[in-house]
Design a protein around this ligand. Structure first.
Ligand SMILES: Cc1cc2nc3c(=O)[nH]c(=O)nc-3n(C[C@H](O)[C@H](O)[C@H](O)COP(=O)(O)OP(=O)(O)OC[C@H]3O[C@@H](n4cnc5c(N)ncnc54)[C@H](O)[C@@H]3O)c2cc1C
Length: 448
C-alpha cells in the first residue's frame, strides 16, 4: 500500500469574509464571538457540532468550574461579564442549580442543564450579532506571508474557505496553531498529558436516600478495591446531583491506550478506541453505584457524553506561559484580562491530584495575562483562547476549566476588535485600553 496519494489541485470556493473568525464554540469561542460582535465587528463562529458549549455540552460536563474563587475563605464570583449574562440566560430557562461546594468543600462549582446551556448559548451569540456556522469541520488554513487569510472547512456543502482579518483559535486542540505553523507544544501522553474521561448522567435517583453520596462514594470504591474487587478506571470519582436531585452526574472514568498512555485527542484511532472504552467504563462504574449506593436502586444512565472529554493536547507557546507556580502563588499581572480561582486538578494515571494555592489563607486566584493569548511566533493576526492558550501542563491543569475559558474568550474577542485598528496585529493591542473595554463589559480583572 502506498503511504500517500497526491490529490488533484482544485478551486475551492470562498464562502464569505468576516472581520473576525472564531474557530470552536466552547466557552472560550462563544465568549470570543460574543465580544467581537458586540464591539461591532462582523464575526463568524465556526463549530463542527450542531450546538455550542464545547466539552461543556458535547462532552456532557454539566458543571461550571472556575467561576468562583475562594478568596481568604470567602466564595467570590470572579468570572463576570458575558459569562454571567450567559448563566442568567440559562437560569431563565430553569437550567441552573445554586452553586455547591466541591473538593473537600474548598471551592464552589455550579451544575447546569445541558439543553438549557445549548439554547442560551445560541441566543447569546446571535443576540450579540455574530453569525454561526455549524456542522463545519475546519481542516486547514490559508496563510499568506505572516497572516492567516482563511480557514478551510469541510461540510455537507463541500469544501470551502472562510476568509477573515483576525482569527481566534478556540478549538481546544489548537488546530489552527498546528496548521499555521504557530509556536506550540503538545503534551507527551506518556506522563505529561492529562487523561481524558467519558462523562455520564444518572436519572431516577432517590435524592433523600442518596444524601451526600458524593462524599462517601470515593471511599466505598477504594474499600471495594481493597477487599479484592478489580481496580476502577481511576480513583477520586466526582459524582454530584444536577439541577434536580433526581439526576446525578458522574466524572469517574479514565481513558488510556493499551500501553497505558493517555488517549490523545488529536489521533482519530485513539479517539475511536476512547469512545468505546469510555462507554464500557461508564456502564461498569454505574453498575457498582447502583448495587452499592442507597438511593440508586432504580436509577439508570440517562446519557453518556456524546463525545469523550479531552482535557489537554496542544498548547500555544505564547508571549507568556502561565505556570502551575503562577496558579499556586496567586500571581498578578499588569496585563490581566481575567481571573482563575480553580486549583490544579491533575487527572494523572489512575488518580486525581488536587493542588491548592500555597499558604494558610491564600488570595485564592491568579490573574490571566493577555500575553498568554498571543503567539510568540506565527501569524500576526492570530489569537488563542481556552484550554489551548499558552500554559504549562500544570498551569493548564487549573485554568482549563469553563470560568477562565470564558474570561480568556471575552478578552480575545475584545482584543481582536482592537487589533483591527492596528492592521490586525494582535501583539500591538494596547493592553491598558483592552482592560478598559473589558471592565466596561463587566469583566473582573482584579479584586485588589
Ligand atoms: C471529562 C472532562 C470533565 C471536565 N469537567 C469540567 C467541569 O466539570 N467543569 C468545568 O468548568 N470544566 C470541566 N472540564 C474542562 C473543560 O475542558 C473546559 O471547561 C472547557 O470546555 C474548555 O473550553 P474551550 O473553549 O477551550 O474548548 P472546548 O470546550 O474543548 O471547545 C472546543 C470547541 O471547538 C470545536 N472544534 C474543535 N476542533 C474543531 C475543528 N477543527 N473544526 C470545527 N470545530 C472544532 C469543538 O467541537 C468544541 O465545540 C472538563 C473537561 C473534561 C475533558
Amino acid at each position: 500500500m502506498n503511504a500517500y496519494v497526491t490529490e488533484p489541485a482544485r478551486h475551492t470556493p470562498v464562502l464569505g469574509e468576516w472581520e473576525v473568525v472564531v474557530l470552536g464554540g466552547g466557552p472560550s469561542g462563544l465568549a470570543a464571538a460574543t465580544a467581537a460582535a458586540r464591539a461591532g465587528r462582523s464575526t463568524l463562529l465556526v463549530e463542527k457540532s450542531g450546538y455550542l458549549g464545547g466539552a461543556g455540552t458535547g462532552g456532557g460536563l454539566s458543571t461550571f468550574c472556575g467561576m468562583y474563587s475562594n478568596v481568604h475563605g470567602e466564595h467570590v464570583l470572579t468570572v463576570r461579564g458575558h459569562a454571567t449574562e450567559l448563566l442568567e440566560r440559562i437560569d431563565r430557562l430553569g437550567g441552573l442549580r445554586a452553586p455547591h461546594l466541591s473538593f473537600s468543600d474548598r471551592i464552589q462549582a455550579q451544575a447546569y442543564d445541558i439543553p438549557a446551556y445549548r439554547s442560551a448559548a445560541d441566543d447569546q451569540v446571535l443576540a450579540a450579532g455574530a453569525q454561526l456556522l455549524y456542522h463545519a469541520f475546519a481542516v486547514g488554513a490559508v496563510v499568506e506571508g505572516s497572516t492567516v487569510d482563511g480557514v478551510v472547512v469541510e461540510s455537507k456543502s463541500g469544501r470551502g474557505i472562510l476568509r477573515g482579518q483576525v482569527f481566534i483559535d478556540c478549538s481546544g486542540d489548537g488546530d489552527l496553531l498546528a496548521w499555521t505553523g504557530t509556536s506550540h507544544h503538545k503534551a507527551d501522553p506518556h506522563g505529561e498529558m492529562l487523561f481524558p474521561s467519558t462523562m455520564f448522567r444518572i436519572n431516577a435517583v432517590d435524592g433523600e436516600r442518596a444524601g451526600p453520596a458524593w462524599k462517601t462514594l470515593p471511599r466505598m470504591m477504594d474499600e471495594a478495591v481493597a477487599a479484592g474487587r478489580p481496580r476502577f478506571p481511576r480513583r477520586g470519582a466526582i459524582v454530584r446531583p444536577q439541577r434536580d436531585d433526581l439526576e446525578w452526574r458522574a466524572n469517574a472514568t479514565q481513558l488510556r491506550n493499551a500501553d497505558g498512555s493517555a488517549v490523545d485527542g488529536t489521533d482519530v484511532w485513539q479517539l475511536t478506541h476512547g469512545e468505546v472504552q469510555g462507554r464500557t467504563q461508564a456502564q461498569e462504574v454505574f453498575g457498582f453505584i447502583r448495587e452499592n449506593v442507597p438511593g440508586f436502586e432504580r436509577a439508570y444512565i440517562v446519557d453518556i457524553g456524546p463525545e469523550i472529554g479531552i482535557r489537554e493536547t496542544r498548547r500555544l507557546l505564547g508571549k507568556y506561559v502561565l505556570t502551575e507556580e503562577d496558579v499556586r502563588s496567586c500571581a498578578r499581572f499588569e496585563d490581566s484580562i481575567g481571573l482563575n480561582g480553580w486549583p490544579v486538578e491533575a487527572h494523572v494515571d489512575g488518580d486525581l491530584d488536587i493542588r491548592w494555592p500555597y499558604g494558610e489563607d491564600p488570595l485564592g486566584y491568579n490573574e490571566l495575562p493577555y500575553r498568554m493569548l498571543v503567539p510568540e511566533s506565527g501569524p500576526a493576526n492570530l489569537l488563542v483562547a481556552g484550554r489551548c492558550a499558552s500554559m504549562t501542563h500544570g498551569g493548564q491543569s487549573a485554568a482549563r476549566v469553563a470560568g477562565p475559558c470564558f474570561a480568556m474568550g471575552q478578552a480575545a474577542g475584545t482584543a481582536a476588535h482592537l487589533a483591527l485598528e492596528k492592521h490586525g496585529v494582535v501583539a500591538e493591542v494596547d493592553t491598558a485600553l483592552l482592560r478598559v473595554h473589558l471592565e466596561s463589559e463587566g469583566a473582573c480583572l482584579s479584586l485588589l
